[in-house]
Write a protein that binds this ligand. Structure first.
Ligand SMILES: Nc1nc2c(c(=O)[nH]1)N[C@H]1C(S)=C(S)[C@@H](COP(=O)(O)OP(=O)(O)OC[C@H]3O[C@@H](n4cnc5c(N)ncnc54)[C@H](O)[C@@H]3O)O[C@H]1N2
Ligand code: MOO
Length: 409
């Protein structure tokens, strides 16, 4: 019977990787400057060493470290000052033993020198002589050519979502364009005779559309592009026609509502009517979100999410974001979690993997996870939540005081 034989979350995730293993994305080359949030489609190799020449990391004097061994305030070494390095200029100077050259922070280390001593530890005796009061070790206060990054080594790994600091590193290596995965194209549809445009006047009995707006923005946040947003009635043919027109141009179609087994719940039948393999998950042992549907038609993944907004949002996180990460070889590091102390008992739904929204509060330097209770139709649950706690299927629940892992939303 429908919805009685449900998959576990891990079983459904296994099916997800199996059924969508061959879904691939095209690559495109874009300007590095416009790559924030995109996912690298191949390892990016640095064509140059970083830094490209040996540089000082302090203001001071380049010298031979061994000339300073054993020196102190009472027993300084006197070195011949043979010149200075200008910022951004190549130096032709060569430092021999018992000589020194002034170098500003970031300046080029002249040939022969193997260390920098900070100017605080140096006394200028006259224009051609300095006294050094501190010993320095070879390599001290110097960054070697290629120490940051060797030429030909990987600067950004395939599957990494590009962050601002990555764009800085790519600029530092002179890489103007990079290969990224094309954006995942996603259509978001809400179904239900009662669902209406949220921003107009709403007759009693109708419901303002929440899911389209929440889910479309989750797609954007996960790095996808929303190609279509719309509300459809609970009508088999209308939904089928719409999905057929969206199939060719989308990687993922999300349909919220109508996922259960009521008389008007047509999502599963419509997905099955689009072509093989059709629906391969209908029902997951998860709370919230039990009536979840996952299917495939041609090269498009289809998700039927429960209409209750909290369920739709949690199921997006569990399955759709997982697929989007799988398609871009991305490890999903955005799912940052933190450890917290449960501030109250958290009940688990028997036989289901439970996702409990929580609020994080700091107390005496500890993170407290405060469960936010409410029905899965209550969107305000999510507007108060900082994250959620996952309770495994066979665990009875969480006791107040237990350490829990909170996935941040
Ligand atoms: N006999 C059973 N009935 C139900 C079961 C079950 O296992 N057996 N599961 C329940 C659970 S759990 C959920 S969750 C819901 C999911 O049902 P549907 O996916 O068919 O969703 P709808 O009935 O269309 O809507 C549920 C609820 O959410 C509101 N909704 C729908 N779309 C939106 C939207 N875009 N924005 C705001 N609100 C939306 C809708 O008006 C309903 O109130 O099934 C249970 N039933
Ligand atoms: O799965 Mo329903 O989402 O529990 O309300």
């Amino acid at each position: 019977m429908k919805l009685l034989n449900v998959d576990s979350v891990s079983g459904a995730k296994d099916k997800l990787s199996h059924y969508f293993a061959d879904l691939s994305l095209d690559h495109e080359e874009i300007d590095t400057c416009a790559s924030l949030g995109r996912v690298a489609a191949a390892d990016i190799i640095s064509p140059v060493p970083l830094p490209e020449f040996q540089r000082a990391t302090v203001d001071g004097y380049a010298l031979h470290a061994k000339d300073t061994f054993g020196v102190s305030d009472s027993l300084p070494v006197f070195l011949e000052l043979i010149g200075k390095v200008e910022m951004g200029e190549v130096t032709q100077l060569t430092v021999s033993s018992e000589q020194a050259v002034y170098v500003p922070t970031g300046g080029m280390i002249p040939k022969g020198a193997d260390a920098m001593v900070m100017l605080e530890y140096v006394e200028q005796m006259d224009t051609g002589t300095i006294a050094v009061h501190r010993p320095s070790a070879p390599g001290e206060n110097v960054i070697m050519r290629g120490e940051d990054l060797k030429e030909g080594t990987c600067i950004i790994k395939k599957g990494r979502r590009i962050k601002p600091s990555d764009i800085g590193a790519l600029a530092g290596a002179g890489i103007a364009r990079i290969k990224v995965f094309e954006k995942i194209r996603v259509a978001v549809i809400s179904t239900g005779d009662e669902i209406v445009d949220p921003f107009g006047s709403v007759p009693l009995g109708k419901i303002r559309d929440i899911n389209t707006y929440a889910l479309a923005n989750m797609v954007t946040e996960a790095g996808g592009i929303v190609t279509f947003k719309g509300v459809l009635a609970d009508d088999f043919q209308g939904l089928k026609d719409q999905l057929l027109s969206l199939l060719p141009d989308n990687h993922i179609l999300i349909i919220s509502g109508g996922s259960s087994v009521g008389q008007k719940d047509v999502t599963a039948q419509v997905i099955d009517s689009l072509g093989p393999p059709g629906v391969f998950v209908h029902g997951v042992a998860v709370k919230p979100g039990k009536p979840t549907i996952i299917g495939r038609a041609g090269d498009t993944a289809l998700f039927g999410l429960p209409g209750h907004p909290v369920s739709a949002i949690i199921i997006f996180k569990i399955f759709i974001e997982t697929l989007m990460n799988q398609m871009t070889c991305h490890k999903g590091r955005e799912n940052i979690s933190l450890m917290a102390i449960a501030d109250a008992n958290i009940h688990a739904a028997p036989g289901k993997e439970t996702y409990q929204p929580v609020l994080i509060e700091k107390e005496d330097g500890h993170n407290l996870a405060k469960p936010i209770h409410g029905k899965s139709g209550a969107i305000s649950l999510m507007t108060r939540a900082d994250g959620y706690v996952r309770i495994e299927q066979n665990k009875e629940g969480i006791k107040k005081g237990e350490i829990v892992q909170v996935t941040l939303l």
